[in-house]
Design a protein around this ligand. Structure first.
Ligand code: FAD
Length: 422
């Protein structure tokens, strides 16, 4: 701790999920807190823009109700959540469509899948024997406590699925296209521990969208902070354990400083932090006069030309003000000339409809969308650093809503313990 006056505030740099969660715990402990946010709004990577009457999340994201931090801190009723169906549709390499469903939630669909029945088109499903290989893995992830899953041997997800003898046609026909959209990589390089925890959250939770967009989640956290606590448009240029310097050259003292930015900004503010490789994703939003898929379900491509696509307005009609359908499609990497035109061709095949008259509403590329969680990936790191400054964020835990909030929670707990120390 620095020698600053005990009445000086704790400064939290960054009002993403990690910073807001950390600030909430510090405020609840009775400390004065200033949250300094560079952008004009809270949320960081979880923000929603309004454009042409549409709600546009900055990248396709889903809100999982089973995350422990969500259960503990978020008032779900305030978000007016709209659920996805419990399962996904896969456009097969042969051009058909398969439905993968959690059999505990939609037994009728599970029967269709296990008997190899297609939603439509040619080809056939992996079959009951192949799918049965997923049973023991699902049972473990559903029933074992997270502390046990965190201690399983750490491999890549690819190696772990091979260890569980999941057949290639289940891996390539279902898991790889699905997980590519979750981890933003399609080589299954992500830590197997992260896979087990994510799979558990999928099996136990419901995937949803808030009626007002994903940005409603951080907004709710910010609303629970005292008025004036979050200072928007306040970029921090430099810092020490005793305070910060703003981009305009002015300064502010602090009793302690928490850096709750993304990994790259944290490294520029706190020399000595390790470099973190990250994933990049681009999401395109299109508007169509008629919905190309009349159900709130994620559609994947076994050929992995896209990460995933879905008709957002089938999930949450509030995403469109004029009743037109809003379609979100994500791809790995950045936008490039011609990429959106090629994408329309793929979407025409996937949705079996013309896409030429779809209006491009917008596109967002998020560089540094997620940390690349390749082994060895510690699932939780201390917020304490050698310089006396604290650091939290998804790059100190896992790249997820849960990870960011858990990291903010841990850092607040450590900071409070240090302040109480004589
Ligand atoms: C496209 C996409 C899809 C995703 N999908 C999911 C999903 O479906 N489910 C899931 O659980 N997770 C998902 N995630 C991951 C999840 O959104 C992130 O892990 C989480 O939001 C990270 O929060 P954070 O607080 O750690 O960092 P951030 O959200 O990056 O917040 C950091 C904040 O610090 C601010 N800042 C930076 N530098 C400064 C400075 N110098 N001064 C002041 N402020 C500064 C930034 O403006 C920002 O507000 C997704 C992420 C993306 C991008």
């Amino acid at each position: 701790m620095n020698g600053a006056d005990a009445q000086s505030p704790v400064i939290v740099v960054g009002a993403g999920l990690a910073g807001l969660t950390c600030a909430l715990d510090l405020v609840r402990a009775g400390l004065p807190v200033r949250v300094l946010e560079a952008a004009d709004e809270v949320g960081g990577r979880v923000r929603t823009d309004r454009r042409d009457g549409f709600l546009l999340d900055r990248g396709f994201q889903v809100f999982n109700t089973s995350y422990p931090q969500v259960k503990r801190r978020i008032e779900l009723a305030r978000l007016r959540l709209r659920p996805f169906t419990p399962g996904v549709l896969i456009h097969t390499a042969e051009g058909g469509r398969l439905r993968f469903t959690d059999p505990t939630r939609r037994p009728s669909d599970a029967l269709a899948l296990l008997t190899g029945k297609q939603d439509r088109g040619p080809g056939q499903g992996p079959g009951p024997l192949a799918l049965a290989a997923l049973g023991p893995l699902c049972a473990l992830d559903l029933l074992a406590p997270p502390r046990l899953l965190k201690r399983l041997p750490e491999l890549t997800t690819r190696e772990e699925l091979a260890r569980w003898r999941v057949p290639d046609r289940v891996v390539d026909g279902f898991l790889r296209p699905f997980l590519a959209g979750v981890f933003l990589e399609d080589d299954l390089d992500t830590s197997s521990r992260m896979f087990h925890l994510t799979w558990r959250s999928m099996l136990r939770g419901t995937l949803t969208l808030p009626a007002d967009g994903m940005g409603a989640v951080p907004r709710q956290l910010a609303e629970d902070l005292p008025p004036g606590c979050v200072e928007r448009a306040s970029p921090v240029a430099a810092l020490s354990a005793a305070g910060v310097t703003f981009a305009d050259g002015s300064a502010a003292d602090a009793r302690a400083v928490v850096v709750a930015t993304d990994a790259a900004a944290a490294r520029s503010l706190v020399p000595g932090l390790p470099a973190v490789a990250t994933r990049t994703v681009t999401t395109y939003h299109h508007a169509a006069t008629r919905s190309p898929l009349r159900e709130p379900t994620l559609l994947l491509d076994a050929r992995r030309r896209i990460l995933n696509t879905c008709v957002l307005t089938e999930v949450a009609p509030t995403y469109s003000a004029d009743g037109r359908a809003l379609i979100s499609t994500s791809v790995l990497g950045t936008d490039a000339p011609g990429r959106e035109a090629a994408l329309r061709e793929v979407l025409a095949e996937l949705y079996a409809t013309g896409t030429r008259d779809w209006e491009r509403v917008g596109s967002t590329t998020v560089a540094g969308a997620l940390p690349a969680m390749v082994p060895p990936w510690p699932l939780s790191r201390t917020g304490r650093t050698a310089s006396g400054v604290y650091v939290c964020g998804d790059h100190r835990a896992t790249g997820s809503v849960q990870g960011a909030m858990a990291s903010g929670t841990r850092t607040a707990r450590e900071l409070l313990a240090d302040l109480r120390r004589p």
